[in-house]
Design a protein around this ligand. Structure first.
Ligand SMILES: *[C@@H]1O[C@H](CO)[C@@H](O)[C@H](O)[C@H]1NC(C)=O
Length: 224
């Protein structure tokens, strides 16, 4: 079997669609957890220990309180921007990974994963994705921090009426500089996360390939 065939027999648009769908599916499940995390992190920010009222006691209590007072949809605050960020990040990451594999840029002479090159390419692609998508991340975070219920508000409230108006507001304030403020914030995290994830994925792919005769369907399912 020819490994190059196995990895390139789907058009890039289909690859992108599958990756985007997976990212959107995962994003819908993780966004409420992200909202809760942001609220817990902002609670008591810049205040002395014990000097602030504890609104959110723990993860489950925070979820309950937000849903009860702001409605269940408040747990999906910033969801459009969160999903857009995931699509940009993962599209660029997975696209670069696939190209690296298909053209042998990140392979050794035997066609197996070159760990150093795979780490560098997928880390760099992650960084490009997170920098390009950073306005989405910014709006996502501002929307998630924002509470419709004054008594539940923690941290700075931007009082955006919608995600779209948040983008317009940032643009009106300072143009590109407004949208891309703190564009560098996620770089270290995404570089390490991306490099580790995709290199592991690639090594598992190599390993599964050794079983390709006995498990062709599993192999095809995961890696094509
Ligand atoms: C948002 O609204 C709150 C409460 O009405 C107010 O205290 C705060 O200053 C507003 N924030 C901004 C950025 O306008």
């Amino acid at each position: 079997m020819n490994s190059t065939n196995l990895e390139t027999n789907k058009p890039i648009a289909v690859e992108f669609f599958l990756a985007a769908t997976a990212a959107v599916g995962a994003g819908i499940f993780t966004n409420p957890i992200d909202v809760i995390k942001i609220r817990l992190q902002l609670q008591g920010e810049l205040e002395a220990r014990g000097a602030y009222r504890t609104i959110y006691k723990n993860t489950f209590h925070a979820g309950y309180v937000i849903a009860k007072h702001e409605g269940i949809l408040a747990l999906q605050s910033g969801i459009r921007s969160a999903l857009a960020f995931q699509v940009v990040l993962n599209g660029i990451r997975l696209g670069s990974y696939k190209i690296g594999r298909s053209y042998g840029i990140t392979n050794n002479d035997d066609g197996k994963t070159n760990i150093m090159k795979t780490c560098l390419l997928s880390g760099a692609a992650g960084v490009v994705g997170c920098v390009l998508g950073s306005p989405f991340y910014l709006v996502k975070t501002q929307m998630q921090a924002q509470s419709t219920e004054a008594t539940l508000a923690v941290g700075h409230q931007h009082n955006h009426t919608s995600e779209w108006s948040a983008f317009k507001g940032l643009w009106k304030e300072a143009g590109i500089a407004g949208l891309y403020q703190r564009w560098y914030a996620n770089i270290p995290r995404v570089f390490i996360g991306s490099a580790t994830q995709l290199t592991t994925f690639s090594l598992v792919g190599d390993w599964l390939k050794t079983f390709s005769v006995s498990f062709p369907d599993l192999w095809a399912f995961i890696f094509q």
